[in-house]
Design a protein around this ligand. Structure first.
Ligand code: CMP
Length: 138
């Protein structure tokens, strides 16, 4: 069990003004911020971040969407961070997300689903390293 995970507030959520509400819910759930930045991915960077999905039919749409506007990237800390954060955000498809979860409240569709959360401790490390240097984590 690791105590860190990685998240992004996605372009659909930042453009609709949901950033504050989403971050508030994350902090109220007991996560603390270890690194954070407001940034925008190029198509190349989005493609690299989601390279694991390269062969999936939704990959081109995912890359286009994730580079379409600003995001907030963050490393979060809490006991059991990866699993607890995935519970907090809810299912990938917001139609299947539980009541009260971030995706249930803020996500529009499977593709535009408001937030990303790492699916394993290993990926949390890889994804955090993608965005943050050692000097940017506290
Ligand atoms: P995320 O948790 O960021 O990880 C991979 C992303 O791919 C996922 O959220 C969705 O936004 C996206 N995704 C997964 N399945 C589909 C799909 N069937 N159609 C479009 N996008 C998808």
């Amino acid at each position: 069990m690791s105590n860190r995970t990685f998240t992004m507030v996605k372009p659909d959520a930042t453009s609709k003004g949901y950033t504050g509400g989403i971050l508030d819910q994350i902090l109220n759930a007991g996560f603390t911020i270890k690194a954070m930045k407001w940034t925008r991915l190029t198509e190349e960077q989005a493609g690299e971040f989601y390279a694991v999905h390269k062969e999936r039919p939704f990959y081109p749409e995912l890359v286009k969407f994730m580079s379409s506007g600003p995001i907030v990237a963050a490393i979060l800390e809490k006991d059991n961070a990866v699993a607890d954060f995935r519970k907090l955000i809810g299912a990938t498809n917001p139609a299947q997300a539980e009541e009260g979860t971030i995706r249930k409240k803020y996500a529009a569709s499977m593709g535009e689903n408001a937030v990303h959360g790492s699916d394993s401790d290993e990926n949390a490390g890889i994804e955090g390293d993608f965005f943050f240097s050692k000097l940017e984590r506290f």
